[in-house]
Design a protein around this ligand. Sequence first.
Ligand SMILES: C[S@@+](CC[C@H](N)C(=O)[O-])C[C@H]1O[C@@H](n2cnc3c(N)ncnc32)[C@H](O)[C@@H]1O
Length: 303
Amino acid sequence: MTAPTGGTTRAAPQPKASWTVLELLKWTTDHFAAKGIESARLDAECLLAHALGSERLRLYIDFEKPVLEAERAAFRELVRKRAGERIPVSQLLGAKEFWSLPLRVTGDVLTPRPETETLVQAALDALPAEDAGARVLEIGTGSGAVALAIAVERPQIVITATDISQEALKIAQENAETHGVSDRIRFLEGDLLDPVRGESFDLVVSNPPYVARRSQPGLPPELAHEPEVALFGGEEGFELLDRLIGGAREVLAPGGALWLEHGASQAAGVAERLAAAGFAPRPTRQDLAGIDRVTGGTLEVGG
Ligand SMILES: C[S@@+](CC[C@H](N)C(=O)[O-])C[C@H]1O[C@@H](n2cnc3c(N)ncnc32)[C@H](O)[C@@H]1O
């Protein structure tokens, strides 16, 4: 076979009549690493499993199995898109797991990140398991990841989830149907709190766009494949956070809580803004990498 070329710079190995799973994995891992892809081996495994219609862990049992030419052709195309165009693996597979839920992902939604599970945990801690009546609002639901995780963990709760992107809401709705929670999530389209004006919630959560526009030139090339509206929060990254913190009390019941995901260097800024808006700030939570990731506050009763 010719090399499973995914880029232009690396010399192709000698043509071979047949390639095994392990040989393809090794070649592709080296190729991805040479292109500066950090998770080279994992990406190679995910894409090869996808091309073979198999599971990633199954590859380990099939290491010595030869890969058919038709499968190699499909794999070559995935490798080219990953290494050449820097399309994220989640978009090439059309799926990403979040909170152990397989979710459909396209270029219309932000790929849910593991660090956002910190926001889910903060929400669950604010929602006693026995409280069936709690009213929960998620702003900027994207793929629906956060709302779905809360809905699955709190089977009696009804959630409202909004987004400014109609395309994202379609994916979120589809994911909710797949996981059997669409009857408990109300999806609404609109700008931040506009779709829920006049309503009242006990908990508002959001992972808003918070990347600083000025940092754009140094960002990984993969981010160019995700929707801009899901990433950037103005020049300094605080535009959406500011608007949310400023407006949230209008839709929060007395004693209600607001929890927000933010960037590594934004925790103090979010806490200050929450305090200035009349919230009693709660300690910032770290994600699994130890990075400040989620900060919240409660609205004092009568405050
Ligand atoms: C960082 S993504 C979060 C997606 C998802 N909640 C997650 O955590 O994976 C931000 C989301 O906010 C949405 N968004 C951006 N600006 C918005 C606005 N003004 N009003 C409502 N949603 C907005 C984007 O479309 C995007 O889906």
